[in-house]
Design a protein around this ligand. Structure first.
Ligand SMILES: Nc1ncnc2c1ncn2[C@@H]1O[C@H](COP(=O)(O)OP(=O)(O)OP(=O)(O)O)[C@@H](O)[C@H]1O
Ligand SMILES: [Mg+2]
Length: 289
């Protein structure tokens, strides 16, 4: 399949030629495919936010290229501008960036910038508020009267309203209560399915990423030492621990059991998979007797 985004030898150095010079990305190479749900994990300071800020042209590579549908996003100012609409970026704690006097205006900000007709802006605002599970009655309220979880949803709706082909979210559930985490994740999955959109989620939570992503990329010190399906990645539990990352609880339990000599499959990382694996092992043992 043709990649929607190609990252070629991307290096980013902050504060170049100053005493604070810091290489945050070091010759990173990877592809993102249309319609996939990619999870990015890595310790604090590993370069995740630096990377995603390059994907919609907010940061410019120190060296290397970002191709969107085959074109270098920096090849012309018009293209760079259009990428900002096609690749939607929800920052970490985006609720701090709400600023309009009504929720409606906040969500409409992006689509208006795209110079869409007022009718189309209106359609998108209403669709977006529905996507994030808020009642349309919230639209006329001030964003500052809402709860933290509601503000987060409004901020996500503002990006969804641009109907980006690629939706990128930096720690979208950080700091929320478990019920809000579940509902925001399911809103994101709904957007992914309804629009066949490519979605990239940055997360610290292995459990969360294990359940949602099709493919994972692990960041460490501005490089990608490990990537693959969750199954492939979580099978490297020792490497993940060496990188200062946990593995999902179930992966830990299963790798401990294998270390104890229990013959059980290595690639389990969710509770339903664990249940299946136990039942299979149990049936085999019974069958073998
Ligand atoms: N504006 C900046 N100026 C200088 N250095 C920066 C800047 N932003 C980030 N860095 C440095 O670049 C490195 C990568 O930072 P980045 O924010 O991309 O990491 P991250 O993986 O997103 O971390 P976190 O999980 O804490 O959000 C870090 O060492 C950080 O200190
Ligand atoms: Mg970050």
């Amino acid at each position: 399949m043709e990649a929607i985004i190609k990252v070629e030898q991307l290096t980013h150095t902050y504060s170049i030629n100053t005493p604070f010079e810091r290489k945050a990305l070091d010759a990173v190479d990877f592809d993102i495919y249309p319609g996939e749900l990619l999870g990015i994990i890595g310790q604090t300071g590993s370069g995740k936010s630096t990377l995603i800020s390059h994907l919609n042209g907010l940061l410019k590579p120190t060296s290397g290229r970002i191709l969107f549908e085959g074109q270098d996003i920096w090849s012309s100012p018009a293209l760079t501008r259009s990428i900002r609409f096609q690749v939607g970026l929800v920052f970490q704690f985006p609720e701090y960036q709400l600023f309009e006097e009504t929720v409606y205006k906040d969500i409409a900000f992006g689509p208006r910038n795209m110079r869409l007709s007022p009718e189309e802006v209106d359609r998108r605002v209403r669709r977006a508020i529905e996507f994030v599970g808020l009642s349309p009655s919230v639209l006329e309220r001030s964003p500052f009267e809402l709860s933290g979880g509601q503000k987060r949803r409004v901020a996500i709706a503002g990006v969804i309203a641009m109907e980006p082909k690629v939706l990128i979210l930096d720690e979208p559930t950080a700091g929320l209560d478990p019920a809000s985490v579940e509902s925001i994740l399911s809103n994101i999955l709904d957007y992914h399915r309804a629009n066949e959109a490519t979605v990239i989620i940055v997360s610290h939570s292995m459990e969360e990423i294990a359940r949602t992503a099709d493919r994972l990329m692990v960041f460490s010190g501005g490089t990608i030492p490990l990537s693959g399906t969750p199954q492939e990645v979580f099978a490297h539990s020792q490497l993940l621990e060496d990188l200062g990352l946990g593995v999902p609880q179930m992966a830990r339990v299963f790798s401990r059991m294998r270390a104890m000599g229990v013959e059980i499959e290595p690639s389990v990382y969710t509770i339903p998979q664990a249940k299946e694996a136990f039942l299979r092992a149990y049936r085999q043992r019974k069958g073998g007797q």
